[in-house]
Design a protein around this ligand. Structure first.
Ligand SMILES: CC(C)(COP(=O)(O)OP(=O)(O)OC[C@H]1O[C@@H](n2cnc3c(N)ncnc32)[C@H](O)[C@@H]1OP(=O)(O)O)[C@@H](O)C(=O)NCCC(=O)NCCS
Length: 325
């Protein structure tokens, strides 16, 4: 018995922030952003719109595609680093918003790799028979932890959500492999220092701008390329297939140059790599399901095809999954 994506949906906030808009906020320009990152615009959540609001919309679309009712869902997993609150989990707010009154619900924190980590967890729950229909969501409102005075990060990030419903199936579809990795020793390259138990919120932490995402982009760049290519190749190997069997690689969209570097190391041409960074920038855990949904919608992958999902992010964390659609 395999595992299939019974339904998939995504939600991107309506508000578009273009490179031209950013030129008015920080010392940057469209040419720099486009050539160094590949990003042209990103989506920003409305005032008052929280991560769970985006997640709920994506989940509703996935449920509709799967032709399932909320009562059919027995577990909700939300991958996010921008939860509505420290607690309860964002998954609890999703449960409430969807009008569900049972199911196991929890969040996972693995930054941009969160959705891939979630796929590994969901796969094992399904294989063990613990749950039947798992709603897995990647959702972020990175705009809420973006320092709009830091041109090195604010041009990169955006908001969005993507959701899948996974279930056991007699069809050919399956999650063929999941490979996960991390290096906590490099946690200082990408993190948000303020607000947790290390630096609880005070007037001083606010004044010192500690409640914003901090990133050493330059140092991350090389690690990202190597870790994503390694992860993808390991997952391909674990699945017992070769890179030639892969229809489409769906990489995390942090920087077009990282994506190109990964494709080169994997010896895969860019026509077999999905890219939508120009529209949304980096939406962390939401990136993978949003890109997967678009790739399916655009017909770039269809039933029977093999896709490799691969991501890298804060932690540092990384991972890849090989799925047969
Ligand atoms: C962030 C990133 C786009 C920066 O690109 P880069 O080519 O490494 O650029 P650098 O950081 O070396 O900066 C080069 C110059 O551009 C400047 N610069 C940085 N951001 C800029 C911006 N938005 N507009 C214009 N200039 C900018 C820098 O100040 C620097 O100027 P200097 O040489 O006068 O000091 C790139 O490093 C990156 O994408 N890193 C990885 C991101 C990532 O993987 N994140 C984690 C995964 S989720």
């Amino acid at each position: 018995m395999g595992i299939e994506i019974a339904g998939i949906g995504s939600y991107l906030p309506e508000r578009i922030l273009t490179n031209a808009d950013l030129e008015k906020i920080v010392d940057t320009n469209d040419e720099w952003i486009t050539t160094r990152t590949g990003i042209k615009e990103r989506r920003i959540a409305k005032d008052g719109e929280a991560t769970s609001d985006l997640a709920i919309r994506a989940a509703e679309r996935a449920l509709k595609k799967a032709k399932l009712k909320t009562s059919d869902i027995d577990a909700v997993i939300v991958a996010t680093i921008t939860p509505d609150m420290f607690f309860p989990s964002t998954a609890c707010f999703v449960q409430k918003g969807l009008g569900m009154n049972s199911a196991a619900v929890f969040d996972i924190s693995a930054a941009c790799s969160g959705f891939i980590y979630g796929l590994g967890i969901a796969r094992d729950f399904l294989r063990c028979g613990t749950y039947k229909n798992i709603l897995l969501i990647g959702a972020e409102t990175l705009s809420r932890i973006t320092d709009w005075k830091d041109r090195g990060t604010c041009v990169l990030l955006g908001d969005g959500a993507g959701a899948v419903i996974l279930r056991n199936s007699n069809s050919d579809s399956d999650i063929l492999s999941v490979y996960l990795g991390a290096d906590g020793n490099s946690s200082g390259l990408l993190f948000m220092p303020g607000g947790g138990s290390r630096n609880p919120a005070t007037a001083k932490t606010v004044e010192d701008r500690l409640h914003y995402l901090k990133m050493e982009g330059n140092k991350l760049f090389k690690v990202a390329v190597r870790a994503m290519a390694d992860s993808a190749l390991k997952a391909i190997d674990m699945a017992g297939i070769s890179p030639n069997d892969v229809t489409l690689v769906i990489p995390h969209q942090a920087n077009i140059r990282i994506v190109e570097g990964v494709a080169k190391l994997m010896n895969i041409t860019l026509d077999r790599v999905y890219i939508n960074i120009q529209k949304y920038g980096n939406t962390s855990a939401a990136t993978t399901p949003i890109a997967l949904e678009e790739a399916i919608y655009e017909g770039k992958i269809k039933k029977g095809d093999i896709a490799v999902l691969v991501a890298f992010g804060g932690g540092l964390t990384w991972g890849a999954a090989v799925i047969k659609i």
